[in-house]
Each structure stands twice: as C-alpha cells, then as structure tokens.
Write a protein that binds this ligand. Structure first.
Ligand SMILES: NC(=O)c1ccc[n+]([C@@H]2O[C@H](COP(=O)([O-])OP(=O)(O)OC[C@H]3O[C@@H](n4cnc5c(N)ncnc54)[C@H](OP(=O)(O)O)[C@@H]3O)[C@@H](O)[C@H]2O)c1
Length: 287
C-alpha cells in the first residue's frame, strides 16, 4: 500500500497499523530520506503533490493508495485530484481517502472536491474523522507547555476527539478486505465527547501540574494564530472549526470505530497518558 503523508499524524499512524497487520507498506512523502530514518525496514518513495512527475514512480505496483490532504494544500484539483486520477489510470486496486467529518455535504471544504474524485475510482473508501486528539500535540501544545493553558474560541462546546492511531487501525482493517468496504464513507470519532474544561482536567491529572482552559474570542484567537506564524488560510479554517464546537458540531459520538475495530476507540486520557512527555515543561537550566 502506498501511504501519503507518512511523516504526519494520520499517514504515520496508517503506516504503523499496516506494519502491525502484516500488510506490505510503502511510505511516501516529499523527503524519503527522513522517512527512511524513521522506518529503516521499509523502502519509502518520494511523492510531492506539487510535482506530478513523482506520481507514476510512487504508484508503480501499488495494490492500494492511502491519501491524506496536507493542511497547507487547498488547491486540491491539480494535486490530490491528479494523484487520484493517476492511481485509477495505473490500476491501483483500492483508494482510501482520509477526509473530514461532514465533507460529503459541505462543498466549502477542499476535502469535498477530493471525495468526488475518489468516488470515480473503481474501488474506494472514505474515512471522515472528527477532531484529532493529536491537536493537543500540534496546535495546542505551545500554550500548554509555555502557559499551562488551553486557549481556544470553543466556549463550552464539546468534541469527540479521535486518536489518529484508531484512524490507522481502521485504514488497516479496510486494506485487509477492501471489497467489504468499497463505496463506504465512515464517520470516525472517539468514544466520548469532552468540553475543554474536561480536556484540561485530563491534562492536569496526567501531567501533575494545573492546566486550565481559557475560552478565547474568535478574533483574539485568530490574531494569536497569526502571531504564531500560521498562514491566513489555516488561521481561518482553525478559527471556524473551533467556533463550530460551540454549536456542537463535533460533539456527536459515532459508533463506527467500535463496529469496525471490535473495541472502543482510545480515550483522550489514554492518548495523553501514552504521550505525556510531549507536554513536559523543560527542566530549568543548571548553573
Ligand atoms: N486536526 C484535526 O483535528 C483534523 C480533523 C479531521 C480531519 N483533519 C484533516 O486531516 C488532514 C491533516 O492530517 P495530518 O494531521 O496527518 O497532517 P500533518 O500531520 O500535518 O501531515 C501532513 C503530511 O502531508 C505531507 N505533505 C506536505 N506537503 C506535501 C506535498 N507537497 N506532497 C506530499 N506530501 C506532503 C507531509 O509530509 P512531508 O512534508 O514529509 O512530505 C506530512 O506527512 C487535513 O486534511 C485536515 O483537514 C484534521
């Protein structure tokens, strides 16, 4: 299986789950040397979504394609769309696209257009995950480490955070029996919906220092992200998504992960426990 975004949250989890399931895997990304350092037992390939000349060599002989949209790519037609078409033309058996909750009915998100291209393939599955637990280690990490706080414009909204390790396990389940999952769209959430005060309590219990939640105003949050250096498009998306939490947009717990994996999804507390070093405060310098 060719796995795009293999150095990222979702693609990295898919690579690890496929290895654990004994499914042959070829990680792909813009820097195969870095991928090889991470997985010396595999043979990573270069695949740059902005360079279509890399598509055919990466796809050669692949039984399946796992596709994830890098957050910085919003022009999906000539990039992800072209790769999906190339996979179809190359006779790749099954395409799995990791999209986002609600993308099937929301033409404003770029994933919507990728989904349409994926559905034109002979055999495909679309995964639609909700908020990632891994946001605690990406977008939220600096505030947690530097200021012991979560600062988000989410009000008292809740999110059914999913651990991307479960997305990896679902993808491996699909690739083990693609015919059973052809033309399916799976909404993937974690097993419980937590508000940000509860997320802060999980962090406090695990890290042994008080972490608090400070609800932010949307504009203040956007300015905060800009100061942190995020491109404007990502600032807008991240702000809109978190304001959407106030309206319960990500609060629904979906049973699909449990149904497909035969076990409940990992909780946020499990995720934080397994990665607790990510939020450790650097020890003071010794003189
Ligand atoms: N965060 C959430 O809560 C959430 C929830 C639902 C859905 N999503 C969706 O999930 C996706 C993000 O997944 P993620 O968190 O796994 O992303 P990520 O950790 O930022 O990883 C992005 C991957 O894309 C690769 N990449 C970047 N530019 C590339 C290019 N030009 N060609 C090929 N590969 C490239 C990167 O690898 P290299 O740079 O090494 O090539 C990296 O492995 C987005 O589409 C987002 O909308 C996010």
């Amino acid at each position: 299986m060719l796995v795009t975004g293999a150095s990222g949250n979702v693609g990295g989890a898919v690579v690890r789950s496929l290895i654990a399931a004994g499914v042959p895997v070829r990680p792909a990304g813009t820097d195969p040397v870095r991928l090889a350092a991470r997985h010396p037992e595999l043979a990573p390939v270069r695949l740059d979504l902005h360079d279509p000349s890399t598509f055919a060599p990466a796809l050669r002989g692949a039984a399946g394609l796992f596709l994830v949209r890098p957050p910085a790519i919003s022009r999906v037609g000539p990039t992800l769309g072209a790769l999906v078409d190339a996979a179809r033309d190359a006779g790749v058996g099954h395409v799995v696209f990791s999209s986002v909750t609600g993308a099937d009915s929301n033409p404003l998100v770029p994933h919507h257009r990728v989904e349409a291209r994926v559905r034109a393939c002979p055999s495909w599955t679309i995964l639609r995950p909700g908020f990632f637990a891994q946001n605690l280690a990406d977008a939220y990490r600096e505030d947690i480490v530097a200021a012991d706080r979560l600062c988000l414009p989410a009000g008292s909204g809740r999110a059914a955070f999913i651990d991307t390790r479960d997305i990896g396990d679902v993808a491996a389940t699909v690739f083990r029996d693609p015919a059973a999952h052809h033309a399916a769209g799976y909404t993937l959430t974690g097993p419980e919906a937590l508000d940000l005060d509860q997320v802060a309590a999980v962090l406090t219990a695990e890290l042994g220092r008080p972490i608090s939640y400070r609800p932010a105003a949307a504009l203040g949050y956007a300015a905060h992200l800009r100061r942190a250096g995020l491109p404007m498009a990502q600032v807008a998306v991240q702000t809109v998504l978190h304001v959407g939490l106030r309206r319960g947009q990500a609060a629904e717990v979906d049973p699909t992960v449990q149904r497909l994996l035969g076990r409940p999804g990992r909780t946020l507390a499990e995720y934080v426990h397994d990665h607790r070093d990510l939020w450790a405060v650097p020890a003071p310098a010794r003189w």
